[in-house]
Design a protein around this ligand. Sequence first.
Ligand SMILES: [Zn+2]
Length: 234
Amino acid sequence: MVRQIIRYVIAGHNNNDPGAIGYDGISEHFRNVHLQEKIIHGVEGYRIIAVNGTSVIVNTDSQEHSLRRSIDLINRSAGKDDVGSDLHFNFNHPTATGFEIIIHPYTTEENKRRAIYIANEVSGLLDIPLRRRCLRRDYIFPSETPRGRIAIIEDTVIPFVLPEFCFLNQHDLIKYEANEDEVANIIKRALFFEKFNKKIAISKPINKILVMKKQSDKLYKETLLNNQKLPPHV
Ligand SMILES: [Zn+2]
């Protein structure tokens, strides 16, 4: 029997540890699950493992099912064409804005193109900046996040993308909520339908980028840069 390619769609955090709380009181995990359901709805031809937070289907929101155990499960069943995504939102900082996507620095070229596609399509659709750490790339690495390390990316043996769709403040969420179905379709295409084996076509290019150092991220000192001009080195 031919092994079916697996797509992991993880709704970040879990019911016991719901992640950031939005300005409207809705948790990040709730939004991650809501989006996850839209992404996996109606997809055929793949084995989809919808991971609820740090637990895998069979054991939803169980603390026993640790992140470590999910990582072990992924690694034990890993096939060469499997890909995973871990869905997240950024916290509720009132003036922050933008989309960012995190991948392993040594991920496959295909997965880099997948990340570039998602970054441009989502930030273009929502009309929010694409947050970078370096001018030349649309994605960021775990070492460049405030946490410094992301186990689901660094400890799994399959390519992962970790999008942070927007901030959980009013400014970003109004745009996100008006476009959630289309955001789900972008991720659906990125995980199931597009091949990314050659140069990608972007239908909704971003119009703003934010470049920030890891440490300035903590201080929320953001520099709004125009994509058209070459910005100064930051
Ligand atoms: Zn999160």
